[in-house]
Ligand binder design. Sequence first.
Ligand code: PLP
Length: 439
Amino acid sequence: MTASAEWTARDASTVWHPFTQHANWTEDRPVVVDRAEGPWLIDVDGRRYLDGVSSLWTTTLGHGHPDINAAITAQLAKLDHSTFLGTTHTPGIELSEALIDLAPKSDGPPLTKVFYAGDGSSAVEAALKIAYQYSTQTGRSRPKFVRLDHAYHGDTLGAVAVGGHDLFHQAYKPLLLDTIGVSSPGDRALGADRYAVALADLRAVMEASGDQVCAIIVEPMIQGAAGMLDYDADYLRTARELADAHGALLIFDEVATGFGRTGKMWAAEHAGVVPDLLTCGKGITGGYLPLSAVLAAEHVYEAFLTRPGDTAPRTFFHGHTYTANPLCCAAALANLRVMGEQDVVGQAVRLGERLTKLLEPVGAKDGVVEIRQLGTMIGVEVAPVGERTGFAVCQAARERGVWLRPLGDTVVLMPPLTLGDDETDLLVNALTEAVDEVV
Ligand code: PLP
């Protein structure tokens, strides 16, 4: 028995994994990761896999970066944890300053305040509560959110309510907030004029119910978990106009797209639009420690400040034990420093362009329906040949030393932004051979 098989058996007896059908778990042979170096995962039997999805779209600089490791270790020697309730600390303050400095800019109101959370879902959860409470504290209760079909904003109940991914969300429908779903401009099923259809839908909804809506929430430019459904930047400009016209806030969920992933620091920059609330997570620490944040515009923050004559507190009653954990903040600061010093966004642009070129022949294959890409967010949709075709392609790539994950029949490529040329070749070659073998 291999070490991997032994650990898998032990795993199966006590562990319940996320988003996982355990009836297949053992036969799917999970990789039992022992260690990692740069873009490589190494299992307990010493087998190496190129990590083509950056863990879960997070390890943007690869694993074991010496600067991030050193920053965490130095912080650990100084302050491991201290609540953000009633006390503050220097890494939390410095990181807020750095995030506000980096935040997308336009002619409109800038993002000026940072509220920390622990993961993407909890950042979205905080943003939703902020948006609703903002409405009650600036006029009247607006209990509805507008959300896109196929959206994914996380798995806590608020985040699920603004999601539109049937596979993940359908089961929880009776528990959810009442939201208004609108067509997605990235939805290929709407046909070639999907953008016009989606815009008309959003306009109609805002005209009919805009005064009930506290916020429109979108994944800007590309719906990741939906299978990398990219869409036109104009949609975001119109969403901004409609939100303003109807007194609703605009929330950009940049949990997947932030920190260089799309070839800009923020996907918002592709459209030149700044939202009122921006959620981010994943790449914020380079994937080393769990952290996320909500960036808020000043007018949103100000609505939470006590005013003379108030009869109810305006406080945002929300937060967690580990909010702004100093180790996480130190990791994020080191990540942002490295990103700046090594022009990681520029590296992401070059990697994206190289992948576009290398993937061209893959896109021309009969078994490939479409390749969708924005920077280094890529979905290769394959034609189904039986059940779990996307998964079968990933397993075939794995046999060739490349670790990939599917979203249905879309194989996701989201490598570290700093991936070298040789590894990029390996990634595409393995995918090409896997597609040839399976579809
Ligand atoms: N929002 C978006 C756009 C995401 O892609 C994800 C995760 O993939 C989330 C939120 C949830 O983040 P987390 O898994 O860290 O809770």
